[in-house]
Design a protein around this ligand. Sequence first.
Ligand code: PEP
Ligand code: MG
Length: 317
Amino acid sequence: DRAELGRLKYAEAVTLDGVQVKLEANIELPEEAEQALAAGADGIGLFRSEFLFMGRRDLPGEEEQYEAYATVVKAMQGRPVTIRTLDIGADKTLDGDATVATNPALGLRAIRYCLAHPEIFQTQLRALLRASVHGKLRILVPMIAHLHEVRAVRQAIAEAGQNLESRDISFDRNVEVGAMVEIPAIAIAIEPFVEQLDFLSIGTNDLIQYTLAIDRGDNDVADLYDPMHPAVLRLISHTINAAQRYGKSVAVCGEMAGDAQVTRMLLGLGLREFSMHPQQLLDVKKEVRQSHTNALRVKVASALNRAERINLDELAG
Ligand code: PEP
Ligand code: MG
């Protein structure tokens, strides 16, 4: 019940076998940082910055963006704040953008859009770097599929930094840069990406869409949108294992992370960092506190090896 969940707010997210788990919040607007704190979040795992850009005719400038990012970083008082660069296109469009792609989900979206519009990207990167002095800001890049995109992002961040230097504005020179793992290609060929990035965040919403060729917004095929498909779980598992081998942090920030029914599954895959809507945090924490990671590891690994669909009931209790 709610009262019990309320008490959980101050309890640690630790499993029965003593494994510490990080539970973070997904937010879409700066004001929601307060809600994340109130829910006891360990940080912001995903700030979807595109919501600052949507539902308006003009684009937010460097100053406006800086204020928004700084508000969140300050509110979180030193806890990590992971801000995703503009993820525009497909299900999220800019007002007044008349371009109609033949297949928007496979088109010029997210990082592809940003690299094609360097002035928009530079403005955002300058604002992000400026906000980095107020706490622990991390830059998360959506829809990465190619290593040359990672190099282009590093280059763009360096350029934004040089601009700030020329204006005598200080920023964190070691700001961490990570990628969303949401295209199957990067999950399959993950090693060089892990090597060159500081952290990873698995976007299961898009990863499922692209793995199963199911439009995430199309009701006619919604019954085929299956987070438990063995192919999806293998991609998640492969990504988590690679990150752990390289000593890099890896989270899941898609809807799966906030679904308490799959918490044990994700723990069994080795996940130790979950980011979700603040309202889901205590339910997931409750599951974590009743789980035994060693037992889950064994059960999940054997099902994954057989590429069998895992029965979640088997993981309960
Ligand atoms: C995802 O794809 O899982 C994700 C977290 O990003 P979004 O839902 O904003 O595409
Ligand atoms: Mg996504």
